[in-house]
Design a protein around this ligand. Structure first.
Ligand code: IVH
Length: 683
């Protein structure tokens, strides 16, 4: 029945087109926007489906298909650099039978020669290529589209485990490339997300997205604060020291690189499976996220014989661990209102054990997420806790819907706390309760934020006390804290004399908390800790910030249109005007302290300074900041306007020659710092 076959062929071919479209979209969300919408497992399943279909229909072959190209992380704002050797991906599998197949395939392609497999952890971060010349880091580039990547050298220089200068005498080749993974350890990830939560900024789904989002920031200072780490796992170059991958990695460790302690050379498939099984459990105790095991043929000459396919080598494969998941019942959906009024839907689940902890709730993010899942009351849902901390509902088991399944979940239209009609601003995914002045969780949330550790650090008052003060009507906004007397609160639901006295004195002590933290404590939308610091540094006082124009705001580091608009709206609101006036009259710090301002001068005013080379006392970024703080201007190229060149080690010969030809002074790092310390005895 040819008709039937024609139908199947047409359906398969349409599916190929659909899968290519889906996988391109998922690649973009994963690599560029750092917000994946499907699990790795689902992504890999779709990729496998596409690859199988493409084998069935060779006439549909396309070198642009996602099966033939690595997902691209190229993003705006970075210089693109071509890789000397293409940066490929790895074939992957979730099945131990396919690991055995890989082993047999290698054996047969090598004509039965003995071979060793180097087993190592598959770190879940983003891949990076580092180029070293004469022992110095000269370039760091992301994988990009595999052919060219983004130049993120300035950011990578701020990762302390990546050496800028290698240990002398340890035998590194004059020029080589080393590749590896940039990671955000669980600890830094938790800290960052907790901070973002307190700011009601979207959380990073997992450490990989956080690492990748951080590395693509335009501000190396923030990169330095985020605690990124690295593991290097692949050495490339023409003059490598050893004939085996494992041995080369040991050499790289000696040169100063962070190379995993957990590599093992195996000669049999049983040893490989033991390694896999051991790490499937043990990886949960590691400080960083891993998502599988990578198996590499160890001998470089055998790697050469095995060669490459379009986007992966034949000499390696990744075995990926399944994310832990469980099926459970959706009992209800509730809604939380945060301090900015953002409403977050939360799934209440029948308790289920996942990765050793009982899961009862999972975030549903926002209205679109709920609607895309097409959730119904009483649905059986898949809950996953892969690289993520917060359990996620990844799918609904629609097959188990029956007559007792409830109705479709309809997102609420009114605030569950105060009844105000919710609003959704253009371009935003959250729904907001606009009643900021009298919606209780918003009021209490703002007070909780104000007293939090990174803001005013008023210890001894927690959310329960804030709730108590609010219910008793003595704290309606955080400025009320400063008029509390011990006698007002003693005997309130168990508050004794001593704790009442302590509370009042810690509140009073907070009057010396520096201006940048007061600014953060105000809780202006999108003004997190770093932005508050930048604003305080730029405007120096609350008065100046209040009067700043949109143009003045966006001229500040890291301040974009969204933040600028939010700052302007905050100070224009009559309720906030009242709060700001009270903040001033209470005597909180509303000016940058003299100490902070004192780090600055106009010593370099009118001077244009070029920075060249590698420095040992401060980083290049820090020198740029020091120059600006002291009134100077940093420029990237030498011209007649250059006042002097701040020279580190390894200055490019062309730059040196040009400066010398033009008679421009080359100033060493030490001389420059001395000049600043002596506040300008030399001109
Ligand atoms: S080797 C040509 N080793 O996994 C092969 N990759 O899914 C070069 N990855 O793009 C890669 N840990 O970002 C290798 N121990 C490891 C790895 C590893 C993590 C990443 C890497 C790669 C991706 C492939």
């Amino acid at each position: 029945m040819p008709d039937l076959f024609d139908d199947i062929e047409a359906t398969d071919k349409a599916r190929i087109i659909e899968l290519r479209r889906l996988l391109r979209e998922y690649n973009q969300l994963y690599y560029v926007q750092n917000s994946p919408v499907v699990s790795d497992f689902e992504f890999d399943r779709l990729m496998r489906e596409l690859s199988d279909l493409e084998k069935l229909y060779p006439d549909m072959a396309d070198s642009n298909s996602p099966t033939q190209r690595v997902g691209s992380d190229l993003s705006k704002g970075f210089r693109q650099v071509k890789h000397k050797y293409p940066m490929l991906s790895l074939d992957n599998t979730y099945s131990s039978a396919e690991v055995s197949d890989f082993f047999s395939r290698v054996s047969s392609l090598l004509g039965g020669q003995p071979f060793e497999i180097c087993c190592e952890l598959k770190y879940d971060g983003l891949s990076i290529s580092l180029v070293y010349q004469e022992g110095r880091l000269v370039q760091a580039v992301t994988r990009g589209d595999g052919v060219k990547g983004d130049d993120v050298t300035d950011n990578v220089r701020r990762i302390s485990s990546i050496p800028q200068i290698l240990k002398t005498g340890s035998g590194w080749p004059r020029v080589f490339e080393i590749r590896g993974e940039i990671l955000m350890p669980w600890k830094s990830f938790d800290l960052l997300n907790r901070e973002r939560e307190s700011q009601e900024e979207p959380l990073f789904a997992n450490p990989r997205n956080a690492a990748s989002g951080t590395l693509k920031l335009q501000n190396p200072e923030i990169v330095a604060q985020r605690g990124l780490d690295s593991y290097l796992y692949y050495l490339l170059g023409e003059e490598l020291p050893e004939a085996g991958h494992y041995e080369n990695m040991l050499a790289a460790r000696n040169w100063g690189f962070k190379v995993s302690e957990h590599m093992r050379k195996c000669s049999t498939i049983n040893e490989v499976m033991d390694f896999i099984n051991y790490w499937d459990t043990e990886r949960k105790n590691l400080p960083v996220a891993t998502d599988g095991i990578v198996l590499k043929v160890n001998s470089l000459s055998q790697q050469h014989i095995l060669g490459y396919k379009s986007k992966s080598p034949r000499w390696a494969i990744a075995y990926k661990f399944q994310a832990e998941k469980a099926l459970t019942k959706l009992e209800s959906v509730s809604y939380q209102v945060g301090r900015t009024g953002a409403v977050t839907p939360v799934a209440n689940l029948a308790p289920v054990i996942l990765s050793g902890t009982t899961v009862r709730r999972a975030t549903l993010h926002n209205q679109d997420f709920v609607e895309n899942l097409d959730l119904h009351n009483g649905d059986m849902v898949w809950v996953e806790k892969g690289g993520e901390i917060i359990p996620k509902i990844t799918a609904v088991d629609t097959a188990s819907r029956n007559a007792s399944t409830g109705s479709r979940i309809k997102f609420i239209s009114k605030c569950p706390e105060c009844g105000a009609e919710l609003v959704r601003y253009a371009g935003e995914s959250a729904n907001y309760c606009p009643n900021s002045s009298s919606c209780p969780p918003q009021i209490k949330g703002r007070v909780e934020h104000f007293i939090s550790r990174k803001a005013m650090a008023i210890d001894g008052i927690g959310p329960e006390t804030v709730d108590l003060f609010f219910r008793k009507g003595i704290v309606k906004d955080f400025t009320d804290l400063y008029s509390l007397k011990a006698s007002d609160i003693t005997n309130f639901e168990g508050i004794g004399d001593k704790s009442a006295d302590n509370m009042v004195s810690t509140i009073a002590n907070s009057k010396s908390v520096p201006f940048e933290r007061v600014l953060f404590a105000l809780g202006i939308r999108f003004v997190g800790e770093v932005v508050a610091k930048n604003l305080a540094k730029a405007f120096k006082s609350l008065d100046a910030l209040e009067n700043a124009s949109f143009e003045q705001l966006i001229a500040v580091d890291e301040i974009g249109e969204k933040i600028a608009r939010s700052v302007i709206e905050y100070f224009a609101d009559p309720i906030n005007k009242d709060i700001v006036a009270k903040v001033k009259s209470i005597g909180l710090q509303t000016r940058l302290s003299d100490d902070s301002i004192g780090g600055e001068s106009d010593l370099l005013s009118g001077k244009t300074i070029v920075i060249s080379g590698v420095f040992s006392i401060h980083s290049r970024e820090e020198y740029k900041e020091i120059i600006e703080q002291n009134g100077g201007k940093n420029s990237s190229s030498i011209s007649s306007k250059t006042s002097f060149v701040l020279v580190g080690e390894n200055m490019g010969p062309a730059k040196r020659e040009k400066a010398e030809r033009m008679g421009i002074r080359l100033m060493s790092e030490d001389d420059f710092l001395e000049l600043l310390n002596n506040k300008g005895t030399e001109q």
